[in-house]
Design a protein. Structure first.
Length: 396
């Protein structure tokens, strides 16, 4: 096993069990290691710090598999880690019986670069790091053993793989495609899942609890759902008794799937739903000019800042969209606003929303802080894992 020896003083993050080692922390590599190989990590005084996956093309030069110097990283290692992650979710009553569930949440489950979501008897795996890519077969086998799933589909096509020197990999890696299209029931609403072409692994499971909250708030309200994608928030609002739901997205195919999802739920009042294919920023400005207002607005935009380097540009986009949202709310209305940008922390996001309310001339109060559902845990030694943050704001 090759040895990755750190520069003096660069072992502090490892002592805190942070799973990433950046290139600037590395002094030298002794021995030969290919991308994804497991290396022994040593402090500059040669004190063992653990074992990590080596990634020579990434600024994150290594990702720790284990902080135990003598723990083997082998097939049995992945069986243990994946079985433990699945068991942790089964121990939480709110996650038992969920048809759509995140099984593995990368670093927060001690498996850097590994994402796995379950939709019924199908698991979708996404491998985003060189180390995860190297252990594909072991990871898939461990997922099948831990879940008893019928099939596993790989969706390793995210842009971050390019930073690791990896190309896209997609397709069935265990079992065969199901005879009928995949769908799940979430909070009483049925939703089709496109694991091959949809965002992420096919759906945004992290918003499950927040969609349920919207349903509780929507009764009798005129709701505007921005960046609606395939209508998860929209359908929950209808199920909660919304007077009307206007959903906007720039993607025609996403809106077509949203309409199809509504059709899967014939008990919902389709006549109360309207769909608009448009740029959200432009549409909200048009509403402002027309004097249109709403009781409840959902702002769930795509990732504006994939890293901290993009935070300034993203802050302007978040400010603009929240300013428009505040201006379109009736007095006492609710703004449910989110950021899924890892480069924008909760404190900065709150400042952005506060500035938007101030510029809109509206008094606003945080009613509730929002985050991902319980199957998207955040390891205390890895705060970067808290990518999804949200605020429920009442605007006076």
């Amino acid at each position: 096993m090759a040895q990755l020896i750190l520069l003096p003083g660069k072992e502090r993050s490892a002592f805190k069990r942070h799973p990433w080692l950046f290139a600037g922390s590395v002094g030298r590599l002794e021995g030969r290691a290919r991308p994804g190989d497991t290396v022994e990590v040593l402090a500059d005084n040669l004190k063992p710090l653990g074992r990590a996956a080596y990634s020579p093309q990434s600024q994150i030069r290594a990702r720790f598999w284990t902080f135990e110097a003598d723990e083997s990283v082998d097939d049995a290692f992945f069986k243990r880690r994946i079985a433990a992650a699945v068991a942790r979710r089964q121990a939480l009553p709110e996650l038992r019986g969920q048809a759509g569930l995140r099984l593995i949440h990368a670093e927060s489950d001690g498996l850097p670069g590994v994402i796995a979501d379950q939709y019924g008897d199908t698991v979708v795996v996404q491998l985003t790091s060189a180390g995860a890519d190297k252990w594909r077969q072991a990871i898939v086998a461990a997922l099948v053993k831990a879940t008893g799933c019928a099939r596993v589909y790989e969706r390793s096509d995210s842009d971050v793989r390019g930073l690791e020197g990896l190309g896209p990999v997609t397709g069935w890696v265990h079992g065969e495609a199901p005879a009928t299209p995949l769908s799940i029931e979430e909070n009483g609403v049925r939703l089709a899942i496109d694991i091959a072409g949809g965002h992420k692994t096919g759906f945004y499971l992290d918003q499950r609890d927040n969609r349920a909250l919207l349903g509780q708030l929507a009764a009798g309200q005129e709701v505007l759902n921005c960046f609606c994608y395939t209508g998860g928030f929209s359908l929950q609002a209808l199920a909660g008794g919304a007077a009307s739901v206007l959903s906007i997205d720039s993607s025609g195919p996403a809106l077509a799937q949203a309409r199809a999802n509504l059709a899967l739920n014939p008990e919902l009042p389709a006549e109360r739903a309207a769909w608009l294919e448009a740029d959200v920023f432009s549409a909200l400005r048009d509403f402002r000019k027309a004097g249109r207002t709403f009781d409840l607005i959902v702002l769930d935009p795509p990732k504006f800042a994939p890293s901290a380097a993009h935070a300034d540009r993203a802050a302007k986009a978040y400010k603009d969209i929240n300013l428009l949202g505040c201006r379109l709310l009736k007095p006492g209305g609710l703004l449910m606003t989110y950021s899924c940008s890892g480069g924008v922390g909760l404190e900065l996001f709150q400042k952005i929303v506060a500035g938007a309310a101030l510029d809109a001339g509206r008094a606003a109060r945080i009613v509730r802080r929002l985050s991902g559902s319980a199957d998207h845990p955040v390891a205390l030694n890895f705060p970067e894992g808290e990518y999804l943050k949200g605020l429920l704001v009442q605007v006076g």
